[in-house]
Write a protein that binds this ligand. Sequence first.
Ligand code: TMP
Length: 228
Amino acid sequence: MTTLDRAIPAADRSGVFITLEGPDGAGKSTLAKIVADRLRTEGFEVATVRDPGGTPLGDRIRSLLLDRSDLCISLRAEMFLYMASRAQLVDEAIAPALAAGKIVICDRFLLSNVVYQGYAGGLEVAEIWRIGRTATRGLTPDLTCVIDVPREIARRRVSGPRDRIEDRDEEYKERVRGGFLAAARGEAGFPGEHTGTIRLIDGSADLDTVSDRLMCEVRDVLAKRARS
Ligand code: TMP
């Protein structure tokens, strides 16, 4: 272990770390807000963040990555920019919130990097996990909910101007969906550290149904934590 990837000590992780993942148009951001509001109403302290972004540096990297411009960004550089935003997010927002005992709800995390730049983009998946471990100081979610929607529904939901990633072709987006499904099913390339912590949620139902399902998963994790 080096100064670069020194793990966050267990004692500094009294909070609960929940990530929402899935293709564009799955409804994650709306769901993150609903779940956070419901948990706050129940008296929990909740921090919501998004990846990329969530810090002043991360927001600037997010603009670089998503704004449509003629700036040339290679796939490798793209992968590292997402990692840089995430490293800052862990150091500046997630780790302190977990140390303070909060529930952190993060809209995307390392799995998106593995799926978008690795599984769909073509960079080696195992290498992205490895780099990701350094970038996140080994922080893995207590629960990852993958919200899945068929492409037709996702297409309808992503209306208005598309960002640089949303602008990619249909085959890329199919591979992104396939990557998240493979991860949720624990298929090859998705390592053991996620086993047992990923849940697949059908995001095509109405918002109340999907958010109820999500809340069930969150309650399960909170109950397990309370027992341990
Ligand atoms: P968002 O609009 O869901 O916040 O996500 C921003 C876009 O960035 C979305 O198209 C997914 C993409 N993305 C990656 O390609 N790699 C990553 O590591 C992350 C976190 C997001």
